[in-house]
Design a protein around this ligand. Structure first.
Ligand code: SF4
Ligand code: SF4
Length: 100
């Protein structure tokens, strides 16, 4: 690609960066879904969710269980799963309905 140095790509993506996060839809939560047949019980999803400050996954007998009342739908758990055992679920809820 003709890139010879890090300097060649510094700032190259700036046009793709939004100057505001106001455009993000933050009112609803799409829950993750766990495929327990693919789950190897590693616990990375639990640790990542705890580290993210949500504590929305319980570990029962080394199998993850979602606590929907704590989940914010960030899908960090999904990113760290080594077994492709977490996907976007079908349940989406409107959080603003809870708080208004
Ligand atoms: S990160 Fe994936 S494989 Fe590991 S416990 Fe969670 S769902 Fe199972
Ligand atoms: S989507 Fe985010 S908050 Fe919900 S269980 Fe996964 S890591 Fe936790």
């Amino acid at each position: 690609m003709g890139i010879k140095s890090v300097k060649d790509i510094i700032g190259a993506a700036l046009d793709s960066v939004s100057d505001t996060t106001d455009v993000l839809e933050r009112d609803s939560v799409l829950f993750p879904a766990f495929d327990l047949d693919k789950c190897n019980g590693c616990g990375r999803c639990v640790i990542s969710c705890n580290d993210g400050g949500h504590q929305a996954i319980r570990f029962d007998d080394r199998k993850p269980k979602l606590n929907g009342s704590k989940c914010v739908g960030c899908h960090l758990c999904r990113l760290v799963c080594p077994g492709d055992a977490i996907m976007a679920g079908k349940k989406r809820i409107n959080r603003t309905a809870d708080t208004k």
